[in-house]
Design a binder for this molecule. Structure first.
Ligand code: CU
Length: 143
């Protein structure tokens, strides 16, 4: 009887992983040092809609992140983390943010890291080409 109850628990635990369609779990390498870094990194990832689970490991520097790939993407998640001051697989951290980190958090930056700037990955908003029909924005025009 005990084994049957246990197997039910195991089945339930395994089943709960497959409940949410569209969700996926991915490992991203994120550079950092300490528990404060962990909080900062996890907060940056969790701030995005669609991110439901985060766990950064201080030893391995791996962030395990669970997200809905219809709502967000690994690029967006890594951009958010880079903007918080931490280098990721894809992006080099915002240098100003890195400089602002507390001393204990200023991790050794990998010289071979991807130097691609995260800002370059963000599609610029399409500039509005529409010209205003009138010569000025005022109700009365001198032209
Ligand atoms: Cu830290």
């Amino acid at each position: 009887m005990k084994t049957k109850a246990l197997s039910l628990v195991v089945m339930f635990a395994l089943g709960s992983f497959a409940v949410f369609a569209g969700e996926k779990t991915e490992k991203i390498e994120v550079n950092g040092n300490c528990g404060m870094c962990e909080k900062r990194i996890e907060k940056a990832a969790l701030s995005l809609a669609g991110v439901s689970g985060v766990d950064w490991d201080q030893e391995t520097k791996n962030l395990e992140v669970t997200y809905d790939d219809k709502k967000t993407s690994t690029q967006q998640i890594q951009t958010s983390i880079a903007m918080a001051g931490h280098d990721t697989d894809l992006f080099s951290a915002n240098d100003k943010k890195y400089a602002e980190l507390p001393g204990c958090c200023q991790y050794q930056r990998n010289e071979n890291r991807n130097k691609m700037n995260h800002e370059m990955k963000i599609e610029p908003n399409q500039q509005s080409n529409s010209k205003t029909g009138s010569c000025c924005g005022k109700t009365t025009c001198d032209k």
